[in-house]
Ligand binder design. Structure first.
Ligand SMILES: C[S@@+](CC[C@H](N)C(=O)[O-])C[C@H]1O[C@@H](n2cnc3c(N)ncnc32)[C@H](O)[C@@H]1O
Length: 426
Protein backbone atom coordinates (compact mmCIF):
# COMPACT_ATOMS: atom_id res chain seq x y z
CA UNK A 1 0.00 0.00 0.00
CA UNK A 2 2.78 2.38 0.94
CA UNK A 3 4.64 1.80 -2.30
CA UNK A 4 1.46 2.45 -4.31
CA UNK A 5 0.84 5.57 -2.30
CA UNK A 6 4.33 6.88 -2.94
CA UNK A 7 4.60 5.83 -6.58
CA UNK A 8 1.22 7.02 -7.84
CA UNK A 9 -0.22 9.46 -5.29
CA UNK A 10 2.77 11.45 -3.92
CA UNK A 11 2.19 9.71 -0.56
CA UNK A 12 -1.05 11.68 -0.14
CA UNK A 13 -3.75 8.99 0.02
CA UNK A 14 -6.12 9.29 2.97
CA UNK A 15 -5.85 6.94 5.94
CA UNK A 16 -9.39 5.72 5.13
CA UNK A 17 -8.34 4.77 1.60
CA UNK A 18 -5.18 3.02 2.80
CA UNK A 19 -7.16 1.04 5.37
CA UNK A 20 -9.50 -0.27 2.65
CA UNK A 21 -6.60 -1.11 0.33
CA UNK A 22 -5.01 -3.23 3.07
CA UNK A 23 -7.77 -5.75 2.35
CA UNK A 24 -5.65 -6.69 -0.67
CA UNK A 25 -2.84 -8.00 1.53
CA UNK A 26 -3.64 -11.65 0.70
CA UNK A 27 -5.20 -11.05 -2.71
CA UNK A 28 -4.25 -13.16 -5.75
CA UNK A 29 -1.77 -11.79 -8.29
CA UNK A 30 -4.39 -10.81 -10.89
CA UNK A 31 -6.27 -8.76 -8.28
CA UNK A 32 -3.09 -6.94 -7.23
CA UNK A 33 -2.19 -6.33 -10.87
CA UNK A 34 -5.67 -4.98 -11.54
CA UNK A 35 -5.44 -2.56 -8.62
CA UNK A 36 -1.98 -1.43 -9.72
CA UNK A 37 -3.30 -0.89 -13.28
CA UNK A 38 -6.30 1.04 -11.98
CA UNK A 39 -3.97 3.43 -10.11
CA UNK A 40 -1.86 3.95 -13.23
CA UNK A 41 -4.99 4.72 -15.26
CA UNK A 42 -6.05 7.21 -12.56
CA UNK A 43 -2.63 8.81 -12.82
CA UNK A 44 -2.92 9.02 -16.62
CA UNK A 45 -6.34 10.64 -16.22
CA UNK A 46 -4.97 13.23 -13.78
CA UNK A 47 -7.03 12.12 -10.78
CA UNK A 48 -5.89 13.78 -7.55
CA UNK A 49 -5.23 11.76 -4.35
CA UNK A 50 -8.07 13.68 -2.66
CA UNK A 51 -10.50 12.41 -5.33
CA UNK A 52 -9.89 8.72 -4.68
CA UNK A 53 -12.82 8.06 -2.36
CA UNK A 54 -12.88 5.59 0.49
CA UNK A 55 -15.80 3.99 -1.37
CA UNK A 56 -13.66 3.39 -4.49
CA UNK A 57 -10.87 2.01 -2.29
CA UNK A 58 -13.39 -0.29 -0.63
CA UNK A 59 -14.45 -1.53 -4.09
CA UNK A 60 -10.80 -2.21 -4.91
CA UNK A 61 -10.13 -4.03 -1.64
CA UNK A 62 -13.40 -5.93 -1.50
CA UNK A 63 -14.72 -6.50 -5.04
CA UNK A 64 -11.56 -6.92 -7.08
CA UNK A 65 -10.38 -10.20 -5.46
CA UNK A 66 -13.93 -11.57 -5.84
CA UNK A 67 -14.46 -10.65 -9.50
CA UNK A 68 -11.14 -11.33 -11.24
CA UNK A 69 -10.90 -14.52 -13.31
CA UNK A 70 -8.75 -16.29 -10.67
CA UNK A 71 -11.83 -16.22 -8.42
CA UNK A 72 -13.66 -18.20 -11.17
CA UNK A 73 -11.05 -20.87 -11.90
CA UNK A 74 -9.58 -18.71 -14.63
CA UNK A 75 -12.80 -18.12 -16.58
CA UNK A 76 -14.39 -14.80 -17.47
CA UNK A 77 -17.49 -14.54 -15.25
CA UNK A 78 -20.74 -14.15 -17.25
CA UNK A 79 -21.74 -11.25 -15.04
CA UNK A 80 -24.29 -8.93 -16.54
CA UNK A 81 -27.12 -6.81 -15.24
CA UNK A 82 -30.46 -5.54 -16.43
CA UNK A 83 -30.32 -2.02 -17.82
CA UNK A 84 -26.58 -2.09 -18.40
CA UNK A 85 -26.86 -1.38 -22.15
CA UNK A 86 -30.07 0.65 -22.24
CA UNK A 87 -28.17 3.68 -23.53
CA UNK A 88 -26.34 1.58 -26.12
CA UNK A 89 -29.69 0.23 -27.31
CA UNK A 90 -30.72 3.85 -27.87
CA UNK A 91 -27.39 4.44 -29.60
CA UNK A 92 -28.30 1.79 -32.18
CA UNK A 93 -32.02 2.57 -32.41
CA UNK A 94 -31.48 6.30 -33.00
CA UNK A 95 -28.12 6.25 -34.79
CA UNK A 96 -28.08 9.12 -37.29
CA UNK A 97 -25.40 7.58 -39.48
CA UNK A 98 -26.33 3.91 -39.55
CA UNK A 99 -29.53 2.24 -40.67
CA UNK A 100 -29.92 -1.49 -41.30
CA UNK A 101 -30.78 -2.44 -44.87
CA UNK A 102 -33.68 -4.87 -44.57
CA UNK A 103 -34.51 -6.58 -41.29
CA UNK A 104 -31.70 -5.55 -38.95
CA UNK A 105 -29.53 -8.32 -37.52
CA UNK A 106 -27.91 -7.64 -34.14
CA UNK A 107 -25.36 -9.99 -32.56
CA UNK A 108 -24.55 -9.52 -28.87
CA UNK A 109 -21.35 -11.51 -28.42
CA UNK A 110 -20.24 -12.42 -24.90
CA UNK A 111 -23.74 -11.45 -23.82
CA UNK A 112 -23.54 -13.10 -20.37
CA UNK A 113 -26.07 -15.13 -18.43
CA UNK A 114 -28.92 -14.63 -17.69
CA UNK A 115 -28.99 -12.69 -20.97
CA UNK A 116 -30.77 -9.65 -19.49
CA UNK A 117 -29.21 -7.06 -21.77
CA UNK A 118 -29.83 -9.06 -24.96
CA UNK A 119 -33.47 -9.52 -23.94
CA UNK A 120 -33.77 -5.77 -23.47
CA UNK A 121 -32.21 -5.15 -26.87
CA UNK A 122 -34.74 -7.51 -28.49
CA UNK A 123 -37.53 -5.50 -26.84
CA UNK A 124 -36.06 -2.12 -27.83
CA UNK A 125 -35.48 -3.28 -31.44
CA UNK A 126 -38.66 -5.32 -32.05
CA UNK A 127 -38.28 -5.40 -35.85
CA UNK A 128 -34.68 -6.68 -35.65
CA UNK A 129 -33.43 -10.22 -35.33
CA UNK A 130 -31.34 -10.28 -32.15
CA UNK A 131 -28.84 -13.09 -31.45
CA UNK A 132 -27.10 -13.50 -28.10
CA UNK A 133 -23.87 -15.52 -28.25
CA UNK A 134 -21.78 -16.69 -25.30
CA UNK A 135 -19.37 -19.57 -24.64
CA UNK A 136 -20.65 -19.80 -21.04
CA UNK A 137 -24.20 -20.86 -21.85
CA UNK A 138 -24.69 -23.91 -19.69
CA UNK A 139 -26.62 -27.14 -19.92
CA UNK A 140 -28.16 -26.87 -16.42
CA UNK A 141 -28.99 -24.08 -14.04
CA UNK A 142 -29.90 -24.62 -10.39
CA UNK A 143 -31.85 -21.99 -8.41
CA UNK A 144 -32.17 -21.84 -4.64
CA UNK A 145 -35.26 -20.46 -2.93
CA UNK A 146 -33.73 -16.95 -2.78
CA UNK A 147 -33.34 -16.86 -6.58
CA UNK A 148 -29.52 -17.22 -6.49
CA UNK A 149 -28.29 -19.64 -9.15
CA UNK A 150 -25.46 -21.90 -10.28
CA UNK A 151 -24.67 -23.07 -13.84
CA UNK A 152 -23.32 -26.55 -14.68
CA UNK A 153 -22.04 -27.96 -17.94
CA UNK A 154 -22.98 -31.24 -19.62
CA UNK A 155 -20.52 -33.09 -17.32
CA UNK A 156 -22.08 -31.48 -14.24
CA UNK A 157 -19.03 -29.29 -13.60
CA UNK A 158 -19.85 -25.99 -11.91
CA UNK A 159 -19.15 -23.18 -14.38
CA UNK A 160 -20.44 -20.21 -12.45
CA UNK A 161 -22.68 -19.26 -9.59
CA UNK A 162 -24.14 -16.02 -8.34
CA UNK A 163 -25.23 -15.75 -4.73
CA UNK A 164 -25.87 -12.03 -4.36
CA UNK A 165 -23.43 -9.19 -3.84
CA UNK A 166 -21.98 -10.57 -0.61
CA UNK A 167 -21.15 -14.25 -0.32
CA UNK A 168 -19.07 -14.79 2.84
CA UNK A 169 -18.68 -18.58 2.46
CA UNK A 170 -18.16 -19.56 -1.16
CA UNK A 171 -17.47 -23.25 -0.44
CA UNK A 172 -20.69 -23.53 1.50
CA UNK A 173 -22.65 -21.84 -1.32
CA UNK A 174 -21.18 -24.25 -3.87
CA UNK A 175 -21.98 -27.24 -1.65
CA UNK A 176 -25.58 -26.15 -1.22
CA UNK A 177 -26.12 -25.65 -4.94
CA UNK A 178 -24.60 -29.09 -5.55
CA UNK A 179 -27.03 -30.64 -3.08
CA UNK A 180 -29.98 -29.18 -5.01
CA UNK A 181 -28.52 -30.47 -8.28
CA UNK A 182 -27.92 -33.99 -6.94
CA UNK A 183 -31.39 -34.11 -5.44
CA UNK A 184 -33.30 -32.84 -8.48
CA UNK A 185 -31.36 -34.28 -11.42
CA UNK A 186 -32.70 -37.87 -11.03
CA UNK A 187 -36.24 -36.40 -11.08
CA UNK A 188 -35.73 -34.27 -14.21
CA UNK A 189 -37.83 -35.66 -17.04
CA UNK A 190 -38.82 -32.50 -18.96
CA UNK A 191 -37.21 -29.04 -19.02
CA UNK A 192 -37.40 -28.32 -15.32
CA UNK A 193 -38.19 -29.72 -11.92
CA UNK A 194 -38.90 -27.88 -8.65
CA UNK A 195 -39.18 -28.84 -4.98
CA UNK A 196 -39.42 -26.87 -1.74
CA UNK A 197 -35.64 -26.26 -1.71
CA UNK A 198 -34.96 -25.18 -5.28
CA UNK A 199 -35.33 -25.59 -9.02
CA UNK A 200 -33.34 -27.29 -11.79
CA UNK A 201 -33.66 -26.18 -15.41
CA UNK A 202 -32.22 -27.95 -18.46
CA UNK A 203 -31.12 -25.77 -21.45
CA UNK A 204 -32.06 -22.55 -19.68
CA UNK A 205 -31.41 -20.37 -22.76
CA UNK A 206 -34.51 -21.82 -24.46
CA UNK A 207 -36.63 -20.16 -21.75
CA UNK A 208 -35.45 -16.70 -22.72
CA UNK A 209 -35.91 -16.96 -26.48
CA UNK A 210 -38.69 -15.03 -28.21
CA UNK A 211 -39.84 -14.28 -31.78
CA UNK A 212 -36.90 -11.96 -32.38
CA UNK A 213 -34.37 -13.33 -29.87
CA UNK A 214 -32.12 -16.37 -30.37
CA UNK A 215 -29.43 -17.56 -27.96
CA UNK A 216 -26.48 -19.54 -29.26
CA UNK A 217 -23.50 -21.10 -27.51
CA UNK A 218 -20.16 -19.96 -28.97
CA UNK A 219 -17.61 -17.21 -28.87
CA UNK A 220 -15.49 -14.80 -30.83
CA UNK A 221 -13.90 -16.61 -33.75
CA UNK A 222 -16.30 -19.57 -33.49
CA UNK A 223 -19.75 -18.17 -34.13
CA UNK A 224 -20.80 -17.83 -37.76
CA UNK A 225 -24.05 -16.20 -38.87
CA UNK A 226 -26.35 -17.44 -41.64
CA UNK A 227 -26.90 -13.84 -42.86
CA UNK A 228 -24.94 -10.59 -42.90
CA UNK A 229 -24.94 -8.80 -39.55
CA UNK A 230 -25.76 -5.09 -39.12
CA UNK A 231 -24.53 -4.54 -35.57
CA UNK A 232 -22.20 -6.54 -33.33
CA UNK A 233 -22.10 -5.51 -29.69
CA UNK A 234 -19.23 -6.84 -27.60
CA UNK A 235 -19.38 -5.16 -24.22
CA UNK A 236 -17.33 -5.97 -21.14
CA UNK A 237 -15.42 -8.74 -22.90
CA UNK A 238 -12.23 -7.19 -24.35
CA UNK A 239 -11.30 -5.81 -20.92
CA UNK A 240 -10.42 -9.40 -19.92
CA UNK A 241 -8.13 -9.98 -22.90
CA UNK A 242 -5.00 -8.50 -24.45
CA UNK A 243 -4.67 -6.52 -27.67
CA UNK A 244 -3.82 -9.51 -29.94
CA UNK A 245 -7.14 -11.10 -28.86
CA UNK A 246 -8.91 -7.87 -29.79
CA UNK A 247 -7.25 -7.84 -33.23
CA UNK A 248 -8.44 -11.40 -33.88
CA UNK A 249 -11.91 -10.40 -32.71
CA UNK A 250 -11.96 -7.44 -35.09
CA UNK A 251 -10.94 -9.68 -37.98
CA UNK A 252 -13.74 -12.11 -37.07
CA UNK A 253 -16.28 -9.26 -36.78
CA UNK A 254 -15.27 -8.03 -40.25
CA UNK A 255 -16.26 -11.38 -41.75
CA UNK A 256 -19.69 -11.25 -40.07
CA UNK A 257 -20.70 -7.64 -40.75
CA UNK A 258 -22.51 -6.37 -43.82
CA UNK A 259 -20.88 -3.40 -45.60
CA UNK A 260 -21.63 -0.36 -43.43
CA UNK A 261 -22.30 -2.56 -40.36
CA UNK A 262 -21.14 -1.49 -36.90
CA UNK A 263 -19.08 -3.05 -34.13
CA UNK A 264 -19.64 -1.49 -30.69
CA UNK A 265 -17.10 -2.57 -28.10
CA UNK A 266 -15.95 -1.37 -24.73
CA UNK A 267 -16.99 -1.44 -21.10
CA UNK A 268 -19.58 0.09 -18.81
CA UNK A 269 -21.44 -0.51 -15.59
CA UNK A 270 -24.91 -0.36 -14.06
CA UNK A 271 -27.42 1.77 -16.02
CA UNK A 272 -24.80 2.36 -18.73
CA UNK A 273 -22.67 4.50 -16.38
CA UNK A 274 -18.86 4.43 -16.45
CA UNK A 275 -19.14 3.92 -20.23
CA UNK A 276 -16.25 3.97 -22.66
CA UNK A 277 -16.65 2.42 -26.08
CA UNK A 278 -15.38 2.43 -29.63
CA UNK A 279 -17.66 2.22 -32.65
CA UNK A 280 -16.21 0.73 -35.83
CA UNK A 281 -17.89 0.72 -39.24
CA UNK A 282 -17.18 -1.78 -41.98
CA UNK A 283 -15.96 0.18 -44.99
CA UNK A 284 -14.16 -1.34 -48.00
CA UNK A 285 -13.94 -4.68 -46.22
CA UNK A 286 -12.21 -3.37 -43.13
CA UNK A 287 -13.29 -1.97 -39.78
CA UNK A 288 -12.74 1.78 -39.53
CA UNK A 289 -12.83 3.33 -36.01
CA UNK A 290 -15.47 6.08 -36.31
CA UNK A 291 -16.12 7.13 -32.74
CA UNK A 292 -14.79 6.79 -29.22
CA UNK A 293 -17.18 7.92 -26.48
CA UNK A 294 -17.30 8.08 -22.70
CA UNK A 295 -19.90 9.02 -20.11
CA UNK A 296 -19.35 12.27 -18.21
CA UNK A 297 -19.24 10.55 -14.79
CA UNK A 298 -15.82 9.21 -15.85
CA UNK A 299 -14.29 12.67 -15.43
CA UNK A 300 -14.19 12.02 -11.68
CA UNK A 301 -15.62 8.55 -11.04
CA UNK A 302 -16.80 7.26 -7.71
CA UNK A 303 -16.99 3.72 -9.12
CA UNK A 304 -14.12 1.41 -9.85
CA UNK A 305 -15.51 0.35 -13.24
CA UNK A 306 -13.78 3.01 -15.42
CA UNK A 307 -10.42 1.68 -14.25
CA UNK A 308 -11.24 -2.05 -14.48
CA UNK A 309 -9.22 -4.18 -16.91
CA UNK A 310 -7.04 -7.28 -16.90
CA UNK A 311 -4.41 -5.97 -19.33
CA UNK A 312 -2.46 -2.75 -19.72
CA UNK A 313 -3.24 -2.48 -23.45
CA UNK A 314 -7.05 -2.32 -23.30
CA UNK A 315 -7.84 0.35 -25.87
CA UNK A 316 -11.00 1.79 -24.31
CA UNK A 317 -9.40 2.14 -20.88
CA UNK A 318 -6.41 3.91 -22.42
CA UNK A 319 -8.57 6.13 -24.64
CA UNK A 320 -10.78 7.01 -21.68
CA UNK A 321 -7.84 7.90 -19.41
CA UNK A 322 -6.26 9.95 -22.21
CA UNK A 323 -9.44 11.91 -23.05
CA UNK A 324 -10.40 12.39 -19.40
CA UNK A 325 -6.84 13.57 -18.69
CA UNK A 326 -7.20 16.19 -21.45
CA UNK A 327 -10.54 17.38 -20.07
CA UNK A 328 -9.30 17.47 -16.47
CA UNK A 329 -6.23 19.51 -17.49
CA UNK A 330 -8.51 22.47 -18.25
CA UNK A 331 -8.44 24.28 -14.90
CA UNK A 332 -11.56 26.50 -15.30
CA UNK A 333 -13.61 23.49 -16.46
CA UNK A 334 -12.30 21.30 -13.64
CA UNK A 335 -13.03 23.94 -11.01
CA UNK A 336 -16.69 24.18 -12.11
CA UNK A 337 -17.00 20.42 -12.51
CA UNK A 338 -15.50 19.67 -9.09
CA UNK A 339 -17.67 22.12 -7.27
CA UNK A 340 -20.84 20.77 -8.94
CA UNK A 341 -19.80 17.13 -8.38
CA UNK A 342 -19.16 17.80 -4.71
CA UNK A 343 -22.59 19.42 -4.36
CA UNK A 344 -24.29 16.50 -6.14
CA UNK A 345 -22.47 13.96 -3.97
CA UNK A 346 -23.57 15.83 -0.84
CA UNK A 347 -27.14 15.80 -2.17
CA UNK A 348 -26.91 12.03 -2.79
CA UNK A 349 -25.24 11.56 0.61
CA UNK A 350 -22.48 9.67 -1.20
CA UNK A 351 -18.73 9.93 -0.47
CA UNK A 352 -18.94 13.40 1.14
CA UNK A 353 -15.65 15.28 1.53
CA UNK A 354 -14.17 15.31 5.00
CA UNK A 355 -12.63 18.34 6.69
CA UNK A 356 -9.23 17.44 5.17
CA UNK A 357 -10.69 17.56 1.68
CA UNK A 358 -10.81 13.80 1.02
CA UNK A 359 -13.80 11.99 -0.49
CA UNK A 360 -15.35 9.56 1.99
CA UNK A 361 -17.36 6.35 1.94
CA UNK A 362 -20.95 5.46 1.11
CA UNK A 363 -23.14 5.49 4.23
CA UNK A 364 -23.20 2.02 5.80
CA UNK A 365 -27.00 1.88 5.64
CA UNK A 366 -27.24 2.84 1.95
CA UNK A 367 -28.61 -0.17 0.02
CA UNK A 368 -26.18 -1.68 -2.51
CA UNK A 369 -28.57 -0.82 -5.40
CA UNK A 370 -28.65 2.84 -4.39
CA UNK A 371 -24.85 2.99 -4.24
CA UNK A 372 -24.65 1.32 -7.61
CA UNK A 373 -27.04 3.82 -9.23
CA UNK A 374 -25.16 6.95 -8.11
CA UNK A 375 -22.88 7.16 -11.16
CA UNK A 376 -25.76 7.11 -13.64
CA UNK A 377 -27.69 9.71 -11.60
CA UNK A 378 -24.60 11.91 -11.60
CA UNK A 379 -24.14 11.43 -15.35
CA UNK A 380 -27.74 12.49 -16.08
CA UNK A 381 -27.46 15.63 -13.92
CA UNK A 382 -24.09 16.60 -15.34
CA UNK A 383 -25.30 16.22 -18.93
CA UNK A 384 -28.50 18.21 -18.22
CA UNK A 385 -26.39 20.97 -16.73
CA UNK A 386 -24.19 21.25 -19.83
CA UNK A 387 -21.01 19.51 -18.65
CA UNK A 388 -20.95 17.12 -21.60
CA UNK A 389 -21.09 20.08 -23.99
CA UNK A 390 -18.36 21.85 -21.97
CA UNK A 391 -16.12 18.75 -22.01
CA UNK A 392 -16.61 18.59 -25.79
CA UNK A 393 -15.49 22.24 -26.07
CA UNK A 394 -12.40 21.51 -23.99
CA UNK A 395 -11.51 18.58 -26.26
CA UNK A 396 -12.05 20.71 -29.35
CA UNK A 397 -9.81 23.44 -27.98
CA UNK A 398 -7.15 20.78 -27.45
CA UNK A 399 -7.36 19.85 -31.14
CA UNK A 400 -9.64 16.79 -30.91
CA UNK A 401 -12.58 16.36 -33.28
CA UNK A 402 -15.28 15.97 -30.60
CA UNK A 403 -19.07 16.15 -30.27
CA UNK A 404 -21.89 15.24 -27.89
CA UNK A 405 -23.31 12.08 -29.40
CA UNK A 406 -27.02 11.32 -29.74
CA UNK A 407 -27.12 9.49 -26.38
CA UNK A 408 -25.41 12.24 -24.38
CA UNK A 409 -21.87 10.90 -24.24
CA UNK A 410 -18.66 12.81 -24.90
CA UNK A 411 -17.71 11.50 -28.35
CA UNK A 412 -14.65 12.03 -30.49
CA UNK A 413 -12.83 10.76 -33.51
CA UNK A 414 -10.58 7.97 -32.17
CA UNK A 415 -6.84 8.56 -31.97
CA UNK A 416 -4.18 6.15 -30.73
CA UNK A 417 -3.83 6.81 -26.98
CA UNK A 418 -0.42 6.76 -25.28
CA UNK A 419 0.50 3.41 -23.69
CA UNK A 420 0.14 2.98 -19.96
CA UNK A 421 3.24 3.72 -17.91
CA UNK A 422 4.67 0.40 -16.65
CA UNK A 423 4.10 -0.51 -13.01
CA UNK A 424 6.47 1.14 -10.56
CA UNK A 425 5.47 -1.29 -7.81
CA UNK A 426 4.75 -4.85 -8.98
C1 LIG B 1 -18.47 -9.72 -17.96
S1 LIG B 1 -19.40 -10.67 -19.06
C2 LIG B 1 -20.20 -9.42 -20.00
C3 LIG B 1 -21.63 -9.76 -20.31
C4 LIG B 1 -22.40 -8.71 -21.09
N1 LIG B 1 -21.85 -8.54 -22.42
C5 LIG B 1 -22.41 -7.40 -20.38
O1 LIG B 1 -21.84 -6.45 -20.90
O2 LIG B 1 -23.02 -7.30 -19.32
C6 LIG B 1 -18.18 -11.28 -20.16
C7 LIG B 1 -18.69 -12.39 -21.04
O3 LIG B 1 -17.71 -12.70 -22.02
C8 LIG B 1 -17.84 -14.06 -22.32
N2 LIG B 1 -16.64 -14.54 -23.05
C9 LIG B 1 -15.51 -15.04 -22.52
N3 LIG B 1 -14.69 -15.42 -23.52
C10 LIG B 1 -15.31 -15.13 -24.68
C11 LIG B 1 -14.99 -15.30 -26.05
N4 LIG B 1 -13.81 -15.83 -26.44
N5 LIG B 1 -15.89 -14.93 -26.97
C12 LIG B 1 -17.06 -14.37 -26.59
N6 LIG B 1 -17.43 -14.20 -25.31
C13 LIG B 1 -16.57 -14.56 -24.36
C14 LIG B 1 -18.04 -14.68 -20.96
O4 LIG B 1 -18.58 -15.99 -21.03
C15 LIG B 1 -18.96 -13.68 -20.28
O5 LIG B 1 -20.29 -14.04 -20.39
Amino acid sequence: MDRWNTAYFQGRLSTGVLAELRELADAPDDALALADRAFRLMLAAGLRPTDLSVFTAWLIGFSVPRTVPSAWSGTVPPVTMAGRHRVLDEYVARNPWHRPGERGVFVDVGCGFPPFTTMETAQRLPTWRVIGVDPAFSRYVVYNTEGAYACYDEDLRLRYYQAGTYDPDRDNSKRRFREILDRLLPRLTGDEVTDEGGKLVRDPMRHYETDNLELVGGGIGEYTADVGVDVIRCMNVFMYFDHPFRERALAWATTLLRPGGLLLCGSNWIDSACARYTVYRKEDDRLVPKEFAFSIDNVRPIDLAPWYGLHDDNLENLSNAHAVGTVRADTPFLRRFDSRMDALLTQLNMCPRDSDGYLGHAPADMPAEDRARCSSILAAHLDDEGFVAEAVDVLRRSGRHAWRNHVGHVAMRPVKPPPLTPSAVL
